[in-house]
Design a protein around this ligand. Structure first.
Ligand SMILES: *Cc1c(COP(=O)(O)O)cnc(C)c1O
Length: 408
């Protein structure tokens, strides 16, 4: 299939299909007992989340609790420095808790409440998803079990503290390497035991159907707002839209507002230390088709066909695959995927901080770095960056490892 085989006017009606496929990617590859629970979530999603009542309640929460709509900022000093291209940022760093993740966590937790569940379950790696979900659980008065590798618990003390203050139960996973992969397995096992009272809340556009679709739909508020705001500010559409891609939720949210418009779309993956396997997490750029964590997508594999060890300076991008919809959009050629490395990312982190007074998350700095390169290439026009989160969480590490960097 290519670009011309897909009608983007009816895209959201046709993708995913009823089995959760975006072309060949997606689906649900999980044990039978979990499949029954997933089917319950899928059915509830279509009945509950499409209801007026749910939509209105979520809209009110987004406004009164999350602080939406988040603004778009014109990055004037950065644009002037680069030449004639105008750069803009959609400020998800100003969303409550400092990143886009709360957009889908509030949706998932509200769904749990409407389904009559008393608990939400998830895993977390660096703790960002855990904190967003613990926030949503506190807001709705739900119990919250967060599975986290023992090694990650030691590394991510501030996020562990946040989750505990918010009332979540942080469960230490001591199997295997004691990191994200083991935490995923433990959380799935807990869900299989507890699905009558709990739902599992995935933290990105990954996992078995319906999560890639559901998380995209909850994140689509970013793209819808951004398109309207951008047109209101400038009188036209941006020429290009840029977002970083880990599992792919902030990017799918942004991209879904522009797929059916004449806008170039770029997904930015982390090249880390370089293109050798193990030194990066650029799954769509270097990976091949495979199944992991319950879904079929493009992934980085080791010599045994298992998910490969990956690296990125950004813990939120440190995942050996990306959501199935990204794999599909890549094959179609509708979104172009490209990479930036750690060095370019650190430069962009300091550039945005110094020139604009915005300290970006190290994940979002990947998108900024790419937009800077793209602006030089384009020479004229406009670029809208999805600034997925704020960088407070990254400051100590960056200063320790890279020192304070000057910006010319
Ligand atoms: C988690 C995270 C990401 C990566 O996740 P996606 O699902 O790819 O969006 C990006 N930016 C920030 C700030 C994050 O916390």
């Amino acid at each position: 299939m290519n670009f011309n085989d897909v009608n983007f006017d009816t895209y959201f009606k046709n993708y995913p299909n009823e089995k959760g496929y975006f072309g060949p990617y997606g689906g649900s590859y999980i044990p039978d007992e979990l499949q029954a629970a997933m089917n319950e979530i899928t059915e509830s999603y279509f009945t509950i989340c499409k209801s007026r009542k749910f939509i209105n309640e979520l809209r009110r929460i987004r406004k009164e609790f999350q602080g939406r709509p988040t603004p778009i900022s014109h990055l004037e000093r950065l644009s002037t420095k680069l030449g004639n291209v105008q750069l803009y940022a959609k400020r998800e760093d100003l969303n409550h808790t400092g990143a886009h993740k709360l957009n889908h966590c509030m949706g998932e937790a509200l769904l749990a409440k409407y389904m009559g569940k008393s608990k939400i379950i998830a895993e977390t790696g660096a703790g960002q998803h855990g904190v967003a979900l613990a926030t949503a659980a506190a807001y709705f008065g739900l119990k919250c079990d967060i599975y986290m590798g023992a090694v990650d618990i030691k590394k991510q003390a501030p996020n562990v503290a946040r989750m505990k203050i918010l009332g979540a139960n942080v469960i230490s996973v001591t199997d295997g390497l004691q990191t994200l992969k083991e935490a995923v397995d433990a959380a799935f096992a807990a869900y299989a035991r507890e699905y009558k009272d709990a739902i599992y809340c995935i933290g990105s556009c990954v996992g078995p159907h319906p999560f890639p679709m559901m998380v995209r739909d909850f994140q689509s508020i970013v793209g819808i707002e951004a398109r309207e705001q951008f047109v209101e500010m400038t009188g036209e559409l941006p020429d290009a839209v840029v977002a970083c891609v880990g599992g792919g939720s902030n990017s799918m949210g942004m991209f879904s507002g522009f797929l059916n418009y004449p806008v170039d779309i770029y997904g930015v993956e982390p090249l880390g230390r370089g293109p050798k396997l193990g030194d990066h997490a650029a799954s769509l750029t270097y990976g091949t088709e495979g199944i992991m964590h319950g879904f079929n997508s493009i992934m980085l594999k080791d010599e045994n066909g298992e998910p490969a060890p990956v690296y990125s300076i950004a813990s939120g991008l440190d995942y050996p695959s990306s959501g199935p919809e990204h794999a599909f959009l890549r094959d179609l050629g509708r979104v172009k995927y490209d990479v930036v490395d750690d060095e370019e990312t650190i430069d962009a982190f300091y550039t945005l901080s110094r020139l604009e007074g915005i300290i970006p998350a190290i994940e979002s700095s990947h998108a900024v770095a790419y937009a800077i390169k793209l602006a030089k290439k384009m020479g004229k026009g406009s670029i809208l960056i999805n600034l997925s989160g704020r960088g407070d969480k990254d400051m100590d590490y960056i200063i320790e490892k890279y020192g304070i960097r000057d910006v010319e």
